[in-house]
Design a protein around this ligand. Structure first.
Ligand SMILES: N[C@@H](CCC(=O)N[C@@H](CS)C(=O)NCC(=O)O)C(=O)O
Length: 300
């Protein structure tokens, strides 16, 4: 049976991916200041938030390029040379490029000097990787898009993920394979939105993850130990999106108190402001509501 190709889970074999997946303690580290790190993002993208938060936690200086999905900049041959699936985020450093947020996070932690964001115990490393994979597999786009449609804001998504792709397919037929993959992905998302069962399943997965996180945080200050790791960054960025922007309440002062304490602690870190709030503020894409943010309407 032919295996379905997943647009968003794509890690071609390469030396950089191998470094990303290696056990951190065994690797020689490099000075990020000499590496000319550049990232390609869109401010509200959850995967971009994860990468920014990782780089900020590692004190890695970077230049950020905002890729306009509205203008289809992610679909041009130039961008496809950096990210063959036309997705954000991507990272370039020295003369190399790398994509997929989890791979970038792992690579940045393994390759560059700066605070260590992975535990040293191999069992805890496996637990960290499992948290990263679980947050990667979560159908967050469906939740975000559903909330976006409910907000009454213009439907930027259809333009970015359908109309622009159809146009790009006419302009650059040599890339039709990836555009077809993207159009199929768009139809899968549309089907998800029509399926109350899929969204109920998604909510059940979120609840199960939150229960597991509560148990882990009862035992330790962070998900896999005493210090913040890539697991916390991955899960926090997902949970804060669900909690603040998608009406999926995972914690409160009375519900899952350890998760609540953990989330409030991470919100005080400068990397949260730098990775999530500031990019929203600077593009007019955030509205504060209580101590939480809500995506706002895109500035004209
Ligand atoms: N597994 C990929 C997923 C990347 C992804 O889905 N990026 C979204 C933004 S969060 C995107 O580029 N969407 C535009 C599109 O689908 O064309 C990662 O973690 O980097």
């Amino acid at each position: 049976m032919k295996q379905a190709v997943n647009l968003r889970r794509f890690e071609p074999a390469s030396d950089l991916v191998a470094i990303a997946m290696a056990t951190p303690a065994t690797l020689e580290k490099h000075d990020p200041a000499a590496a000319n790190v550049q990232i390609y993002t869109i401010p509200p993208s959850l995967c971009s938030q994860r990468v920014r938060m990782t780089l900020l936690e590692k004190n890695i200086p970077y230049v950020e390029h905002v890729v306009s999905l509205a203008k289809g900049e992610n679909l041009t041959p130039d961008y496809l040379a950096i990210n063959p699936r036309g997705l954000v985020p991507s990272m370039t450093f020295d003369d190399r490029s790398l994509f997929d947020s989890a791979t970038i996070m792992r690579f940045a932690n393994n390759w560059f000097t700066g605070p260590e964001l992975a535990p040293s115990d191999p069992v805890a490393v496996a637990a960290m990787n499992s948290w990263i994979d679980r947050s990667d597999d979560f159908p967050v786009r469906g939740f975000t898009y559903r909330s976006h449609l409910a907000s009454g804001h213009p439907d930027y998504w259809r333009v970015a993920m359908h109309d622009n792709v159809v146009r790009a397919r006419e302009l650059y037929p040599e890339f039709s394979e990836v555009y077809d993959l993207k159009l199929r992905d768009w139809h899968d998302l549309a089907d998800w939105l029509q399926s109350p069962r899929d969204s109920q399943e998604g909510e059940a997965i979120a609840e199960a993850m939150a229960d597991d996180a509560e148990a882990a945080l009862r035992a330790n200050p962070f998900l896999v130990g005493d210090a913040i790791s890539l697991a916390d960054i991955s899960v926090f960025i997902l949970f804060i999106r669900l909690q603040c922007a998608c009406d999926v309440t995972l914690w409160s002062t009375t519900m899952r108190p350890h998760l609540h304490r953990w989330a409030e602690t991470i919100k005080t870190r400068p990397s949260y402001d730098g990775a999530v709030l500031e990019p929203y503020r600077s593009t007019g894409l955030v509205q504060m509501s209580g101590d939480c943010w809500q995506p706002g309407v895109r500035a004209a």
